[in-house]
Write a protein that binds this ligand. Structure first.
Ligand SMILES: *[C@@H]1O[C@H](CO)[C@@H](O)[C@H](O)[C@H]1NC(C)=O
Ligand SMILES: *[C@@H]1O[C@H](CO)[C@@H](O)[C@H](O)[C@H]1NC(C)=O
Ligand SMILES: *[C@@H]1O[C@H](CO)[C@@H](O)[C@H](O)[C@H]1NC(C)=O
Ligand SMILES: *[C@@H]1O[C@H](CO)[C@@H](O)[C@H](O)[C@H]1NC(C)=O
Length: 374
């Protein structure tokens, strides 16, 4: 299929952009490798046992889980079968890539996390959604394929596509989300970034490795990285709970790569999702400017019945309470569209005699604008 070819090209370009640089640190430290992707984006290979994620007070006694204890959800479609990850960048054994973070990035990421939308409180001003959610269950995970598009986003706007799991009780929430985000106010550029976000029992939320909590285990693929410039990107993201440990894994497959276990959010961080999450969801979200205008979502087009005309999320599966992988629409789903003037949702319809590999899917998105409401 042609997107596969396009993506292979894109990923090759991305690899070329990674310039491996050897940095010699002082005295006894082994040389550590860094990858500079662009002017303000550098990853340092740090000792996996000394990574900043472990500095969280709840992780004092944490033992790193090097890989999921039970085999992860199988890929049951044609994408990525038998693919091996071509290692063109990667940290040396025993080290993992961590984004070199400026104070500015850390404080911007914290501000955004505190001020804006999260999946269990949709009333944050200027936030709009077009997606699908299943509540009232006990879910061990969610996975979906989605595309991300380059969009023109103002400095105080954000536009993202995500999958999430979470639970709420009284005034507390726990959740984890991952996907693509364009958020110049946080990332410092208008590119599409993959990201992960969590909110745990201390009530705090955090993006990527901007504060402690996430444990990176992949030597090759960091949580949070920019996509190649000016082109759509595809990824399959999954968040799933480990059957043996209860930790929540982030797994990603990008175009020609194998399924990569990037790392996990340890169970110690949470109090409401120890035995699965009540809710799972997937879709697009935007954050409007303070001055009003809402940015585009998806690829900027409304769903119009043409599968390739607007952004699409396909093969949306969940893991049920027994860790069985099932189509999301085998559970009751709610459609979430809060600003139909600006953003739409078109649940995929496939004629019964025309089965496809798309599974449960939908198109979503829209142009945004000045009259999206608050
Ligand atoms: C890098 O960061 C500096 C300081 O924040 C900024 O002035 C510059 O425009 C950034 N460069 C890119 C390519 O984003
Ligand atoms: C770590 O273990 C010690 C000794 O068992 C215990 O007192 C402490 O509460 C534990 N800390 C955390 C954050 O679990
Ligand atoms: C995957 O690899 C196995 C073992 O090498 C091989 O038998 C099988 O035919 C491959 N499947 C595909 C779809 O290429
Ligand atoms: C979940 O339960 C609440 C409260 O019982 C109900 O209002 C809501 O419609 C349910 N949602 C779904 C998707 O079944």
């Amino acid at each position: 299929m042609s997107t596969g070819i396009v993506m292979a090209l894109v990923m090759n370009l991305l690899h070329l952009l990674f310039l491996a640089v050897l940095v010699h640190s002082d005295q006894n430290m082994a040389p550590l490798r860094s990858f500079k992707i662009s002017e303000n984006v550098t990853y340092d290979c740090l000792d996996i046992y000394k990574q900043p994620g472990l500095d969280h007070p709840l992780l004092k006694n944490h033992t790193i889980q090097m890989k999921p204890s039970v085999s992860r959800p199988e890929l049951n479609n044609q994408f990525g079968k038998n693919k091996t990850y071509k290692k063109k960048m990667g940290c040396p054994d025993g080290t993992i890539p961590i984004l070199r973070s400026s104070e500015e990035y850390i404080s911007n990421a914290k501000n955004f996390a505190e001020k804006y939308f999260h999946p269990l409180s949709s009333d944050s001003p200027g936030t709009h959604i077009a997606g699908v959610r299943s509540s009232n269950g006990s879910y061990r995970g969610i996975l979906a394929w989605f595309d991300g598009f380059p969009l023109n986003i103002e400095r105080d706007q954000a536009s993202y596509s995500q999958v999430y799991i979470g639970s709420g009780l009284d005034n507390q929430v726990n959740f984890i989300q991952t996907g693509y985000m364009i958020n110049p106010g946080v990332f410092g550029d208008g590119r599409l970034w993959t990201y992960g976000f969590w909110k745990g029992k201390d009530g705090k939320g955090c993006y990527n490795t901007a504060c402690p909590g996430f444990v990176q285990v992949s030597r090759d693929v960091p949580i949070g990285k920019p996509a190649g410039p000016g082109v759509p990107d595809w990824t399959r993201c999954s968040i799933h709970q480990d059957k043996g440990t209860g930790n929540w894994w982030l797994t990603q497959q990008v175009s020609d790569k194998a399924y990569i276990d990037i790392g996990y959010w340890p169970k110690e961080l949470f109090n409401l999702i120890s035995n699965g999450a009540n809710m799972v969801g997937v879709g697009g979200v935007v954050q409007a400017s303070h001055s009003g205008p809402s940015p585009p979502m998806g690829n900027g087009n409304f769903p119009n019945g043409d599968r390739m005309g607007s952004a699409i999320i396909i093969n949306i599966d969940v893991l049920d309470s027994n860790y069985e992988q099932r189509r999301m629409d085998s559970f009751p789903i709610e459609k979430l569209v809060d600003s139909p003037n600006c953003y739409g949702l078109g649940i995929g319809k496939v004629k019964p005699f025309h089965r496809t590999h798309l599974g449960f899917f939908f198109n979503y998105g829209g142009p945004g604008g000045n009259s999206c409401g608050v």
